[in-house]
Ligand binder design. Structure first.
Ligand SMILES: [Zn+2]
Ligand SMILES: [Zn+2]
Length: 428
């Protein structure tokens, strides 16, 4: 991977020593000695900030005089020194923070451990309700046991990379037009920034110089009851192994699939249930829905209650289990929609008898408008009308479509549920 970093990003330490970012080791050494003499606290007994400045100088020199640390700093700033360099970055931050320097803490993350592997894992709502153990085989890079991660055959040593002359990076210039150009640096593609590289014949036979080999491993992950969409299950240290750094993690990210019957909202569930016109008017006592654990939930509607489309009831304690406390559950909201009978059914009944049973039709307007015209009837599409017309009326019309989720007239229902703790709603 080629990583391009502009030279100008991390210059604070060079500024402390007063050298250019391309200064040689020798120039850095000379600049440090000169400045250290100048700012030594012994020489500035009356300057309370002298010792602070002297510390900064020493800190900057400690990093820039070491080619590996300097490289890390160039690429990642002070944060990049967090891993493997033996320097505690918090000491550095502390050392420089007093002096009012501002460091850019953006950029790549510190190189503390190898890259994590993130794997999306599809789950059903049933999985999250009931919990699940998943066994899977995974392949990952492990340190080659033949060369112990050196990549070399026997005691063969890597040679200085020819392409970058051991620097680990190459300088690239990009023209900006005219006589202007910008200079940048790229990680050396031949040695991947190491500065050294093994010759073909010196490479380990088993890993072919790659230092790692692929290995299969069986893993078991636990999907706990009540886990959420997007939740991460982390297998610490099970990621790819990289020589010289602790391995990364394997992270499964749960991806909840759509469910046909239920929707989840936090720990609550939402289900839409269709009832017939006869049930809407006369009530029902039946299994309304099959739950995520396979139980049927039987519900008795209260007597003398008419149920309209989008009326909502709540079945307390029938929602999702709480994570880590699966004995506690959210609620299940059931939203009704009333299914009208078909036209086929209409042809089988006596219309006059039906009219006598139903509430009366609307009477004519009284008084009648002076002008009454016969209007032509056509099938329409209400959604279409809303999309393209009257902005002024939109708000009024929206009110008819306000969701009643959670605001249902559920008193009659919950009372009934509480009184008779029937088998239909008991937890198992
Ligand atoms: Zn190189
Ligand atoms: Zn090897």
């Amino acid at each position: 991977m080629v990583h391009v970093v502009n030279l100008v990003v991390h210059t604070e330490l060079y500024e402390i020593l007063g050298v250019s970012v391309t200064a040689s080791e020798d120039e850095i050494k000379k600049a440090y000695r000169k400045k250290a003499r100048e700012h030594h606290p012994d020489k500035n007994p009356n300057d309370p900030e002298a010792s602070q400045r002297f510390q900064e100088l020493s800190g900057a020199y400690e990093i820039l005089s070491d080619s590996a640390k300097r490289e890390d700093y160039n690429n990642y700033g002070l944060e990049g020194l967090a891993g493997g360099s033996g320097v505690d970055p918090s000491d550095l931050f502390e050392m420089f923070a007093h002096s009012g320097f501002s460091f850019a803490f953006g950029g790549p993350p510190p190189k503390r451990k190898a890259k994590d592997s993130t794997i999306p894992y599809e789950v059903t709502l049933e999985d999250l309700y009931n919990g699940k153990q998943v066994k899977m085989n995974m392949e990952k890079d492990v340190i080659c046991s033949t060369c112990n991660g050196s990549g070399a055959k026997g005691n063969a040593k890597p040679k200085t990379c020819v392409k970058c002359d051991g620097n680990g990076f190459i300088i690239t210039t990009t023209p900006l037009g005219g006589s202007m150009f910008t200079q940048g640096r790229s990680t050396c593609p031949d040695c991947q920034g190491v500065g050294e590289k093994l010759r073909e014949k010196d490479r380990c036979k088993k890993c072919k110089g790659k230092k790692v080999v692929s290995e299969k491993k069986r893993h078991e992950i636990t999907i706990e009851k009540g886990m959420a969409n997007g939740q991460r299950i982390v297998l610490h240290g099970e990621g790819d192994q990289v020589p010289g750094t602790p391995p990364g993690d394997v992270i499964f990210v749960l991806q909840l699939q759509r469910h046909d019957a239920f929707e989840r909202s936090g720990n609550d569930l939402l289900a839409k249930v269709q009832i017939t016109l006869s049930e809407a008017l006369l009530g029902f006592s039946r299994v309304l829905i099959k739950h995520l654990d396979g139980r049927g939930l039987k519900v008795n509607s209260p007597p003398n209650k008419i149920i309209k489309t989008s009326d909502t009831i709540v079945l307390k304690g029938e929602g999702m289990p709480h994570l880590h406390r699966p004995g506690e559950k959210g609620d299940l909201y059931i939203i009704f929609s009333v299914e009208f009978p078909s036209e086929d059914w209409l042809q089988t009944v006596d219309h006059q008898a039906l009219e006598k049973l139903l509430p009366p039709k609307k009477p004519e307007l009284d008084p009648q408008p002076e002008v009454v015209e016969e209007a032509k009837y056509e099938e329409g599409d209400f959604v279409d009308v809303r999309a393209r017309s009257f902005p002024a009326g939109a708000e009024f019309m929206d009110q008819n479509f306000t969701s009643q989720f959670g605001e249902g007239d559920d008193d009659a229902w919950t009372d009934e549920d509480d009184d008779e703790d029937g088998p239909e709603c008991s937890q198992q």
